[in-house]
Write a protein that binds this ligand. Structure first.
Ligand SMILES: NC(=O)c1ccc[n+]([C@@H]2O[C@H](COP(=O)([O-])OP(=O)(O)OC[C@H]3O[C@@H](n4cnc5c(N)ncnc54)[C@H](O)[C@@H]3O)[C@@H](O)[C@H]2O)c1
Length: 352
């Protein structure tokens, strides 16, 4: 079996964390990951004191602050701000952080390209050291798939496809009903970001993102996206979140094809909400009798959330910036925006 890595690089020195926004994703993924990694959460501020208190259960030594100002006034030699807010609240919060500080921003980078541009302008003006939490890049199966690709076992990849057919109860996240854009900017953005990470910058994008009768209040909740890489290479995403017919025919995977083989990753997290399904990573090379399954050492939730924070700490220790440094993340937002423009154009018809 090929040796693959599944754990992210860790910092020599751990840096304490201050949380701004402590809702579902913080309780279900950030904090369980930070506990596994031995990171320390020093303080929490959330507009909802109830949510802050719930989150504190996982880090009883963390101070709960009753306002953002109070959190910002707390004294720390080194700190990383961990923002997990609705995309629309990110810019105002960044504006209030001290210049030059380190901040990990939960995706998306705002809800629109205009908001992303505003965020980028604030980051540059205030010299913030900012990166975005596109953690799928650090999921154990993604780290392993990257090593498989690097080993040359499937040859130079020319096809990357994401397929998601699940039931997602979007109504749980009420803020999404106000979002001017939804599916591609809040969900498929993970796949768009990973496509850029694995395949590099595409030439162009074609897309179609529409509403679903099961989620009529949302701007869109199912998408088909194709990235053009010329005549020999493509990447695509197809999502359907309204499949409420039980787990039997749900699907959630990505598949990478090369001229000598293929890799398939099941992302069980999206399936059978809220329980999820198993993850798996398998590869096959021409001539092999069967696929080889690599035992996984963790999942998207929570394990993938260690990597982005560890990368911030490495940066603060004097190492390289994370691969999702805000300028790179802005390019993912540019592709999301281009996909919405492509979707608005609605393709060609022979009749007009
Ligand atoms: N895999 C992922 O990366 C992933 C998954 C889910 C959600 N998210 C992102 O995380 C963010 C939060 O999602 P969630 O699921 O935790 O939502 P949530 O509604 O459960 O929590 C949001 C929290 O932010 C708080 N809040 C809102 N505005 C605030 C402000 N100005 N200052 C302080 N607190 C504020 C709310 O009170 C709430 O507790 C969203 O941007 C979402 O896109 C990312």
């Amino acid at each position: 079996m090929i040796e693959v890595r599944q754990q992210p690089p860790m910092p020599a020195q751990k840096v304490p964390i201050l949380s701004i926004g402590a809702g579902g994703i913080v309780r279900n993924a950030h904090y369980p990951a930070y506990r596994k990694a031995g990171f320390e959460v020093a303080g929490i501020f959330d507009l909802s004191s109830e949510n802050a208190t719930l989150a504190q259960e996982q880090f009883p030594n963390a101070t709960i602050y009753s306002s953002l100002n109070e959190l910002l006034d707390s004294d720390h030699e080194q700190i990383i701000y961990d923002l997990a807010l609705p995309g629309s609240a990110v810019a105002d919060t960044l504006e209030r952080l001290p210049d030059g500080t380190y901040v990990l921003i939960q995706k998306p980078l705002g809800e629109t390209l205009e908001q992303a541009q505003t965020i980028l302008e604030i980051v540059e003006r205030k010299s913030l050291k900012a990166a975005v939490n596109f953690q799928l890049r650090w999921a154990p199966y993604t780290l392993a798939a990257k090593d498989l690709i690097a080993s040359g076992i499937i040859g130079e990849p020319h096809e990357l496809h994401f397929e998601v057919c699940v039931y997602t109860p979007w109504a749980l996240w009420t803020f999404l009903e106000k979002a001017p854009r939804m599916e591609m900017v809040y969900h498929s953005i993970h796949y768009i970001d990973l496509i850029r990470h694995l395949f590099g910058e595409p030439n162009s994008v074609m897309a179609h993102s529409i509403k679903d009768p099961r989620s009529p209040k949302l701007e869109s909740s199912r998408s088909t996206i194709i990235f053009d890489y010329g005549d020999w290479k493509r990447a695509s995403v197809h999502t359907y979140h309204g499949h409420n017919s039980g787990p039997r025919h749900q699907e959630s995977y990505y598949r990478i094809e090369g001229p000598q083989g293929a890799i398939k990753v099941q992302m069980g997290l999206n399936m059978n909400y809220p329980d999820g399904a198993e993850d798996y990573l398998e590869y096959h090379r021409d001539g092999m009798k069967d696929w080889v399954r690599i035992p996984l050492e963790g999942s998207w939730f929570p394990d993938a959330f260690v990597g982005p924070m560890a990368a911030m700490m490495i940066w603060q220790n004097g190492g390289e910036a994370p691969s999702t440094e805000v300028h790179d993340a802005f390019e993912t937002m540019q592709w999301v925006d281009a996909a919405y423009r492509a979707s608005d154009a609605r393709g060609f018809s022979p009749f007009n």
